[in-house]
Design a binder for this molecule. Structure first.
Ligand code: FAD
Length: 525
């Protein structure tokens, strides 16, 4: 069946029912509802009445993620639900289509959307805004695709938290020292902002979890940072980068600079400096690249796969000729940085949010026949948390702050940048509650079971044949295929790999509570 074409707004809300009615107002289609898309849509809605333009956001997620808070979400300092801004709250008066853009045909003013469920369909538009962001920049390192965990989305932050806490639980229940060491070895690859903050926050949480865990010691934990360049946090001065390394080392974190991950097949990590160890957790935060779906478009791209724009955020050809009705910004666009001539704006939220607002303003001006304005933003600084009460910050390029004050700056800056008032208030309430009642370090969903297994066992009558059906169903669930006699296969949980230790070498890493004679309890006695 050929993909459906949606050409009016009513149909956009009901993709299955296309109609050929002509639009009464221009449609602005926003690809991606992230930092750029959300702020562009908000500004456009504020500037333009419904009769002046209809707005449609396409995104596979029904929310925008405020990524700078992901490390705190992974550490449980912020409830993961509050680091996202749901479109139904943040984007009043804007239609949304949940699905992935799979092709862009700007010459024909149409975009193909592949919904999570159902057939792909086409959406037509009059003006296009591209804010498709970036994806993890990976390398063909043996074992990375199988073992690595990304850190760009809230789902990954939740999964990492459960994974780490689950490993601590499992380690406390095993008698095998090698397995225990492997379970408690956490490797982070990439020393940029995302990697350092994720490492700092997660280590802080793990340290706390181990302290409150009967029979565990903080010395049992091994956190390893691998960074290819000779320094970390390139966004701040060398001095602050050096201070960061010093702080991490003081906490017992192993830092390998000018070192690359060579291989991690089966969790056996090999570094370019000859170091080798077993690690059950490999977090990959070594940079990003523009969303690869852009290569399936007729928009002009640069050598790095980013959409070319001018300083007014209009899409331009290689020769600088404006492509009519197309705008782009954020991580997926090469936007000239007027503050640093000859360079492009770095991929960060500071720029993406401001570009979104600026882009919305420019497009509203175009629709009212006014001139567009160039985007220019001088970096206000960089703030990074290294865990509770610890941080580094460099403000206005000159003022260097470290420790508690930097951490306060980090939280203050980001909570004000977080979209929607209720999110800001809920995050602050959460911080206050943690201060009063300490943090929660319970792993949810980390038990070595399919969450549907128990229900399935209860739902299928207990006969030998039925028991086999349950086993078949469980096996089918693991393989992702339907089992005979069961209507729907039990779904593999998203965090499945987080749920069970791979290659458990002894039969005692079962997740059951350690007996009084378990090594964990013996060690402390
Ligand atoms: C862990 C982490 C920490 C960070 N910390 C900071 C920080 O402290 N300060 C800072 O300034 N920046 C930080 N950043 C970077 C910042 O978050 C990004 O630069 C910023 O979000 C980019 O905005 P964007 O709109 O271009 O992309 P995004 O915000 O990523 O939005 C892209 C959107 O496109 C959607 N999308 C993807 N593919 C498709 C598709 N095929 N079809 C439709 N929609 C699609 C996504 O679901 C998403 O909603 C951090 C990033 C990470 C990952």
């Amino acid at each position: 069946m050929p993909p459906t074409t949606i050409s009016d707004l009513g149909a956009a809300q009901d993709p299955a029912q296309p109609t050929g009615r002509p639009r009464t107002s221009p449609r602005i289609l926003l690809l991606g509802g992230g930092s750029l898309g959300l702020y562009a849509a908000k500004r456009l809605r504020r500037r333009l009445a419904h009769r002046e333009a209809s707005l449609v956001v396409v995104d596979p997620r029904p929310y925008m993620t405020y990524a700078p808070f992901l490390p705190e979400a992974a550490a449980g300092s912020i409830d993961a639900r509050y680091v996202v801004a749901p479109f139904h709250k943040a984007l009043k008066g804007v239609s949304t289509l949940q699905g992935k853009v799979s092709e862009i045909r700007h010459a024909e003013r149409r975009v193909q959307v592949t919904p999570v469920v159902g057939e792909p369909y086409w959406v037509t538009y009059d003006h296009l805004i591209v804010g498709l962001g970036s994806v993890a920049r990976t390398l063909p390192i043996p074992g990375l695709a199988e073992e690595g965990i990304g850190f760009k989305h809230v789902e990954e932050a939740i999964s990492l938290r459960n994974h780490v806490l689950g490993r601590i639980d499992l380690a406390s229940s095993t008698w095998d020292p090698e397995l225990r060491r492997r379970l408690l070895t956490f490797t982070f690859v990439g020393g940029g902002f995302a990697g350092i903050e994720a490492l700092g926050e997660v280590e802080d949480m793990a340290r706390y979890a181990v302290r409150v865990h009967p029979g565990m010691r903080t010395e049992d934990l091994r956190f390893v940072l691998v960074e290819g360049s000779p320094r970390v946090l390139p966004e701040v001065s060398e001095e602050l980068g050096g201070y960061t390394i010093e702080q991490l080392r003081k906490r017992g974190i192993e830092v390998h600079l000018s070192t690359f991950l060579d291989s991690c097949v089966g969790g056996h990590v090999k570094l370019s400096n000859g170091t080798e160890f077993e690690s059950d957790t490999i977090v990959w935060t070594a940079g990003v690249k523009a969303n690869p779906v852009l290569s399936n478009s007729d928009l002009p791209l640069d050598a790095q796969g980013r959409v070319r724009t001018n300083a007014a955020l209009q899409v331009v050809t290689e020769d600088g000729v404006v492509v009519p009705d197309a705008y782009a910004g954020g991580d997926c666009a090469a936007v000239p940085d007027l503050v640093s001539p000859g360079q492009f704006c770095p991929p960060n939220a500071q720029h993406a949010i401001r570009q979104g607002t600026h882009l919305g303003e420019n497009l509203a001006r175009v629709l009212r026949s006014a001139d567009v304005r160039d985007y220019s933003h001088k970096n206000v600084g960089a703030v990074a948390s290294l865990g509770t009460y610890k941080g580094v910050a460099q403000m206005l390029g000159r003022f260097k702050v470290r420790g508690f004050l930097a951490w306060v700056l980090h939280r203050t800056y980001h909570v004000f940048a977080m979209p929607t008032l209720d999110r800001k208030l809920k995050i602050m309430a959460g911080w206050t509650a943690t201060l009063l009642f300490r943090r929660e370090v319970v792993a949810l969903g980390s038990v070595m079971q399919d969450p549907r297994h128990e229900f399935l066992a209860a739902a299928v009558p207990e006969t030998p044949a039925a028991a086999k059906t349950v086993q078949d169903a469980a096996a089918a669930a693991a393989a992702g295929t339907p089992a005979p006699g069961v209507d729907r296969p039990a779904k593999r949980p998203a965090a499945k790999r987080a749920a069970a230790p791979k290659r458990a070498k002894s039969g005692n890493a079962t997740g059951r509570a350690p007996s009084a004679a378990s090594p964990a309890s013996t060690r402390t006695s």
